[in-house]
Design a protein around this ligand. Structure first.
Ligand code: ZN
Length: 126
């Protein structure tokens, strides 16, 4: 990989990391607000509709899912940045083969080549 490409990918990684950090703090704030609202509802003990409760649970699960997905992305980005420092960025963590530059440009945090990623996703789904 050319040095210029590497620099561009590093920049992309850093701004992606910044964006995810912002998303995460917003989501966590949202989740906290929801919890305190639920808590207030419990104290008053007055007619919380069952459908609303289910809806709130669903929302909380949804947010937690989003948060853990983003934390995973963040970990991958941090690992990719480490790899840039170590000089082995663009190498698949699973098979050691090169990751397609096009793939890296679309997703700079990729730490697996496409084949390994697909295989790992299949295994995780089981
Ligand atoms: Zn691979």
């Amino acid at each position: 990989m050319r040095k210029r490409e590497l620099e561009q990918l590093k920049k992309a990684l850093l701004s992606e990391r910044e964006r995810i950090h912002q998303d995460l703090s917003r989501l966590q704030e949202e989740n906290l607000n929801k919890n305190s609202r639920d808590f207030a509802g419990e104290i008053s003990g007055l007619g919380t509709h069952i459908a609303d409760v289910a809806d709130q649970d669903y929302n909380r699960g949804f947010i937690l899912n989003l948060v853990s997905g983003k934390q995973k992305q963040l970990e991958e980005i941090d690992r990719a940045l480490d790899k840039i420092e170590e000089g082995d960025y663009g190498q698949c963590e699973n098979c050691g083969g090169p990751i397609d530059v096009k793939r890296l440009k679309a997703r700079p945090g990729a730490i697996y080549c496409l084949e390994c990623r697909e295989q790992l996703e299949k295994e995780e789904a089981i």
